[in-house]
Design a protein around this ligand. Structure first.
Ligand SMILES: Nc1ncnc2c1ncn2[C@@H]1O[C@H](COP(=O)(O)OP(=O)(O)OP(=O)(O)O)[C@@H](O)[C@H]1O
Length: 356
């Protein structure tokens, strides 16, 4: 049965597709997407995997290898951060996942279906915000959403206004609904884009750099919105080049560098395998630094009354005892929790350079 096109958000994403779009099929009845039988389970070996790729590779016509043998597993219900410096292949991966471009080799399954083959079945279940929302500046926020909704043939016109009002409310734009979109701040435009993605219930939200270009307040608003959406059970896949953003909102993450996957898993576990830095708080910083070096600590740094270092491969109780023996007055001693950045540096041997 031929069915109408995918939701407007997906349509908007198709606008810059090189894989073509055309009529889409909806999979509402009897076609509930499921995990592909041959797909992997989640990184923990259990539960559904909403996005799964195997050896996914994209080489652009110019010869640029943008994504290189990517094996990604996004568990259902996760807020999954797709992290990497600019140019590491995040957008290219998202475009393959959404069926906008063909992979050179490898496979991608979204909601258990192969992409781009099942694009018409899958996209109605996916809300996407890629490269900023397509908005009419001369229309109000509400009228933009009404237009989006009207472009979705599966959307019942009788409930349109209610749906639009609910979406506006969801993203906190009710008060500004009558304003022209061109008068919106960047953050409000992003929120309107999210509202468009939320006109229909979605199983998966794909957000490409959703806080890019926003001021800190706008970033906070989008982050709390993402947390809220995730708490309703929607899986959220978001790309970012901001490590702290991923640490703040994501339950899981994959780290990319130069088109390759460096690591993936639960955020708490990614950093857990990496030792944080040893710190000593003391008024006797010079002596403390000397003793730490004697004890085998590396990269000793003094900042104010705090000495930090790479912890030595020995019992830290002995290090503390040595400090005390040397007359260092220790006010604080311990190992800082490793950040995702520490993990990235440990895995790549490089700093996380976000400069473009
Ligand atoms: N259409 C294209 N043709 C040729 N090369 C491309 C094309 N799009 C991207 N690239 C190259 O592929 C690599 C990965 O780019 P991609 O945009 O996927 O990275 P990214 O991690 O999303 O970075 P950014 O955050 O800057 O968008 C880069 O070297 C980029 O220059």
């Amino acid at each position: 049965m031929e069915e109408p096109p995918a939701g407007e958000t997906a349509e908007a994403a198709h606008a810059d597709s090189d894989a073509g779009s055309g009529q889409a099929r909806s999979s509402r009845a009897g076609a509930a997407p499921h995990t592909h039988p041959h797909g992997p389970s989640g990184p923990t070996g259990e539960g559904d995997t909403v996005i799964a790729t195997h050896g996914l590779t994209k080489r652009y016509r110019g010869g640029q290898l943008a994504v290189d043998g990517l094996d990604l597993a996004v568990p259902a219900g996760s807020v999954f951060g797709f992290l990497g410096p600019n140019g590491s292949g995040k957008t290219t991966t998202i475009r393959m996942l959404m069926g906008l471009i063909e992979p050179t080799s490898g496979t991608a399954h979204v909601l258990g279906r192969p992409m781009p083959r099942a694009v018409r079945t899958v996209l109605p279940h996916v809300g996407a915000l890629i490269e900023g929302p397509a908005l009419y500046g001369f229309l109000s926020g509400r009228d933009n959403l009404l237009r989006y909704d009207a472009a979705d043939p599966t959307a019942d016109p009788r409930t349109r206004r209610t749906r639009v009002a609910a979406a506006l409310d969801r993203v906190g734009l009710t008060a500004a609904a009558g304003k022209k979109a061109k008068a919106y701040s960047l953050g409000m435009k992003q929120r309107l884009g999210l509202a468009a993605a939320l006109l229909q219930p979605r199983r998966l939200l794909v957000l490409d750099e959703p806080t890019n270009g926003l001021d800190p307040q706008g970033m906070r608003e989008i982050r709390s919105l993402i947390r809220e959406l995730a708490s309703d059970g929607t899986t959220v896949f978001l790309s970012s080049h901001l490590l702290d953003e991923i640490e703040q909102v994501c339950t899981h993450a994959a780290v990319m560098a130069q088109g390759r996957l460096i690591t993936q898993g639960a955020v708490a576990e990614l950093a857990a395998g990496v030792r944080g830095r040893l710190f000593v708080t003391t008024p006797d910083t010079a002596d403390a630094a000397r003793v730490l070096k004697e004890q085998g600590a590396g990269d000793v740094v003094i900042i104010d009354d705090r000495v930090t270092a790479e912890p030595p491969e020995r019992d830290l109780a002995d290090v503390n005892a040595a400090l005390v023996r040397a007359g260092v007055r220790v006010r604080g001693f311990g190992v800082e929790r490793a950040s995702l950045e520490d993990a990235f540096v440990a895995l790549t041997g490089e700093g996380f350079d976000v400069a473009g």
